[in-house]
Design a protein. Structure first.
Length: 487
């Protein structure tokens, strides 16, 4: 039995979805008031479907950006250009004979075939692009709903706003910042290239049918233009280079994607709110780098920075937890650490009816290009640590009994490392392609020190470790296979 392609697997999984989930996949959003149990039953199916969608997106991204694929497209482009040149030569050779239909057919085929060849994979991706979702947030949402099933006030519902779609400039762009008004050098070069192409196309059309397209430029002038094209190009190139201006020219787009918003009233009367939002900053930098040999005016670099901002709001009722504002500040006005990292923001809002604490935890990743393969998400373990240690532990303990969390974290890591060293000998994890020095340090601090140790771990456990360390968890299978060959 042949193995299914990721696209076929995604189509089959979509066809097997329940009608309400098909509608959710098409809309990419869900909002309203629900009971936790009803949401769990609906969203559990989407978690497995999301893995199929992630597998397809990874294969499509690798297919379009792989080294061999890029080179193959370059070779195909050369062959297509050669085919058009040959078709034009054949057309003019048979123009006055009975085989003119052959020349016309070859000319049309040489133009249409490259268009079909380039459009075919894009059309195939367009068929399933509407069925893609970002289901990584369900790894946090589903266990959270399980907890809320027992913790919310009996008979009450939770308010949920969920977005499963990808980041879109048209829908999610907040603002654009740039240190220039217009790329003058690019306008000059593209205007020149457009003019040359227009003259070339019109000249060919005037040769084919001079009655409809009367020749404006005499035919004897065309060879002169071709001979002196390089010199004219160098003049335009020099003008564009001098018009470049200040270097580098930087453009940044800010995208805001609201992912998850949950509001609920807990059994003790506490108002609970969790808000998870993604921020993506897409930067494009044009640095002046003139190379006449390659006709290069600038070097273009694309980078992104993605942030997952998790905001937690707990509003404790004064009827249940009677606290003076100063006592409330004494309990909560201390630094909080999640997975060894200090929480970015903390805000206290004392009030007559409720004492409110707001935390904002940030996780970030960055890379080349504009579209990250995966976005950072907090793990359920990190979230529960934020709620318990930042909320109820501080509420119930006296201020002086609170301890600094980094010490506990370091002791826990030291125990993990000692336990790992008893079973495995240390390996250089940077031999795994994709694992740099900083990634190796993170894995070592978490107690992952050897190739065989990675092989012995369950894939899901290794993915959880990578999520916990803010590393790309979609690389878990690849890194595990590499570790197996190196062990």
């Amino acid at each position: 039995m042949s193995k299914q392609s990721p696209r076929q697997a995604l189509k089959e999984a979509y066809n097997n979805l329940l009608p309400e989930n098909k509608s959710l996949v098409n809309r990419k959003s869900l909002s309203g008031e629900f009971t936790p149990q009803a949401l769990i039953e609906q969203l559990a199916e989407l978690k497995s479907y999301g893995k199929k969608a992630a597998s397809y997106q990874t294969s499509w991204h690798d297919q379009r950006t792989g080294y061999l694929e890029v080179n193959r497209r370059k070779v195909n482009t050369v062959w297509f250009v050669c085919g058009i040149i040959v078709a034009v030569i054949v057309y003019f050779r048979v123009n006055d004979s009975d085989l003119i239909w052959l020349g016309q057919g070859l000319l049309a085929l040489s133009i249409v075939l490259p268009l079909i060849w380039g459009a075919a994979p894009l059309l195939a991706n367009l068929q399933v692009s509407g069925k893609l979702i970002d289901a990584d947030g369900l790894n946090l949402l589903l266990p959270l709903l399980l907890v809320l099933t027992d913790e919310i006030r009996p008979g009450s519902r939770i308010k949920l706003e969920l977005y499963l779609g990808a980041a879109s400039r048209g829908k999610h762009k907040v603002k654009t910042q740039k240190n220039y008004k217009i790329l003058t050098h690019r306008v000059i070069m593209r205007s020149w290239i457009g003019l040359v192409l227009l003259i070339g196309v019109y000249s060919i059309l005037s040769m084919v049918n001079p009655q409809i397209f009367p020749p404006v430029i005499p035919f004897f002038v065309l060879p002169i233009i071709i001979v002196f094209y390089v010199f004219i190009y160098l003049i335009i190139f020099s003008i564009a280079s001098s018009a470049f201006g200040k270097s580098p020219k930087v453009k940044a787009r800010f995208l805001k994607i609201p992912r998850i918003l949950i509001q609920a009233q807990l059994a003790d009367g506490t108002l609970f709110q969790i808000d998870l939002t993604h921020w993506i900053i897409q930067k494009t930098a044009f640095k002046k780098k003139t190379k006449f040999k390659n006709f290069q005016l600038h070097k273009k670099k694309k980078k992104y920075k993605a942030k997952a901002v998790t905001s937690l709001k707990l509003a404790f009722p004064q009827k249940r937890y009677n606290m003076h504002p100063e006592r409330f500040k004494g309990k909560f006005n201390r630094k909080l650490y999640i997975s060894g990292k200090q929480v970015a923001k903390m805000k206290l809002k004392p009030g007559e009816k409720r004492q409110t604490i707001v935390y904002q935890h940030v996780q970030a990743k960055q890379g080349t290009g504009h579209n990250p393969a995966t976005l950072p998400y907090p793990t359920f373990k990190q979230f529960t640590q934020l709620v318990i240690e930042g909320g109820y532990d501080r509420l119930r303990k006296k201020p002086q009994t609170l301890q600094k969390r980094p010490t506990t974290r370091k002791r826990g890591n030291k125990a993990k490392i000692e336990q790992a060293e008893e079973q495995y000998s240390r390996d250089d994890l940077t031999l795994i392609k994709g694992v740099g020095q900083s990634t190796k340090v993170k894995l070592n601090r978490e107690g992952v020190i050897a190739f065989q140790q990675i092989v012995d771990m369950e894939l899901s456990d290794f993915e959880d470790v990578l999520r916990h360390l803010d590393l790309p968890h979609n690389k878990a299978k690849d890194w595990q296979n590499q570790a197996r060959s190196l062990a």
